[in-house]
Design a protein. Structure first.
Length: 201
């Protein structure tokens, strides 16, 4: 894994490496690359604004945030982000994180599918929202220099991500019509995702 893209670095250490290994093992390449890009987008957005943030917490949460979309962790009774939050609690318990920090990882994952969080209220949750929104539907891409997005997509190619991710959300919507993913699918989210300009880079 690249430790830096366009001047934005990833954290080092046991937690980050474990999260990377787990994501790489369970997600396909397109979903793995999305998870990494989500971190880089969020971190770059923070750095451009001079925001202090917990780099390790953001990275671990970004690498785990979509794993409940894959069959081994998919829940038929919980939305994928809620199931992902539970997965994060278990994963970080194995790292020896205290309960408060484990809960923060879960919170970031749940909130990435909720209404926008102000950075002054919860900076890491906002960064994961920024990162995932930019990478999935292209929302907020105007905040990033094209040289950064080009470098990021060059380092972690899209690999048909939009098509595969839309299918994952459509599956969630069909099986869990009450979930946040279903609300997105019912609107114009799929069209925005398929039209993300990152896929034309």
């Amino acid at each position: 894994m690249l430790t830096e893209v366009a001047g934005v670095r990833v954290p080092v250490g046991r937690a980050a490496e474990a999260a990377r290994l787990v994501c790489e093992e369970y997600a396909d390449d397109a979903l793995y690359h999305h998870s990494v890009r989500s971190y880089f987008f969020g971190a770059a957005w923070a750095e451009a604004r001079g925001l202090d943030f917990d780099r390790e917490l953001l990275f671990v949460s970004a690498l785990l945030h979509d794993l409940a979309l894959v069959p081994p962790f998919d829940s038929h009774t919980l939305s994928f982000e809620e199931a992902g939050g539970h997965l994060a609690r278990v994963f970080t318990a194995g790292l020896g994180w205290p309960a408060e920090r484990r809960n923060r990882a879960a919170e970031l994952i749940v909130l990435h599918m909720r209404d926008d969080v102000a950075p002054e209220v919860d900076v890491e949750s906002r960064l994961l929202q920024v990162g995932t929104s930019a990478d999935v539907s292209g929302a907020g891409l105007e905040a990033f220099d094209p040289s950064f997005t080009d470098a990021l997509v060059g380092a972690y190619p899209r690999m048909g991500f939009a098509e595969s991710f839309v299918r994952l959300f459509q599956d969630q919507a069909e099986r869990k019509p009450w979930c946040a993913a279903a609300e997105l699918v019912a609107g114009e989210w799929a069209e925005r995702t398929m039209g993300n300009r990152l896929d034309r880079s």
